[in-house]
Design a protein around this ligand. Structure first.
Ligand code: CTP
Ligand code: MG
Length: 170
């Protein structure tokens, strides 16, 4: 795999990264589960998943795609494709994040508890799946982003923690 196809793969998934990171800055307010519990008596998703975080993440992730289109139009072909791809990557990332929290709550992990693997890759696998029908990433590029993303995730979270945006460094 060449350096350029590796960098293109990161360029491709960038909206998913933006969508996943935005809620840390804009989240808060009403939780998506409205405080409801599942049949096990624990929260459906928990207070860490809010509407503001979800909608803000989809909005900023999609906006990222618009900016990317103006930087590299040939990569996307047309603006409509770029916006649709960025929307699906962002929406997919945040849906995957919700599924992750649902599974964490079922495993009796409190909000904010780390779940290695799920926290770093759940959002990405979901984003790649949602985006697949519009413009799939090549298999080797997919593998490469799956390998590198946990390190980017840990780095970004540590940075957010040091900036005082998050209370835990994961
Ligand atoms: N966040 C949000 N809405 C979302 C996703 C995240 O408001 N849909 C915000 C919350 O403030 C959350 C923070 O971003 O605490 C970090 O996100 P994440 O690590 O995914 O949530 P956790 O608090 O760790 O909760 P969980 O254990 O459910 O993953
Ligand atoms: Mg977390």
């Amino acid at each position: 795999m060449s350096l350029s196809s590796f960098l293109w793969a990161l360029w491709y998934v960038l909206p998913a990264y933006v969508a996943n990171g935005t809620p840390v800055l804009v989240g808060g307010g009403r939780p998506i589960d409205g405080g409801r519990t599942w049949r096990d008596g624990r929260r459906l998703l928990g207070d860490g998943k809010t509407w503001r975080g979800f909608i803000g993440g989809v909005a900023f992730g999609t906006l990222t795609g618009v900016i990317q289109y103006f930087i590299t139009p040939d990569f996307y072909g047309d603006l409509k494709t770029a916006v649709l791809l960025a929307f699906l990557l962002s929406f997919g990332a945040l849906v995957g994040d919700l599924v992750g929290s649902f599974l964490k709550r079922r495993a009796n992990l409190p909000r904010g508890a780390p779940a290695i693997g799920l926290d770093q890759l759940g959002f990405l696998l979901s984003a790649l799946a949602f985006a697949y029908p519009v413009k799939p990433l090549r298999g080797d590029q997919m593998l490469m982003v799956l390998i590198i993303t946990p390190f980017i995730h840990w780095g970004a979270n540590y940075f957010a923690y040091r900036m005082g945006w998050k209370s835990v460094p994961w």
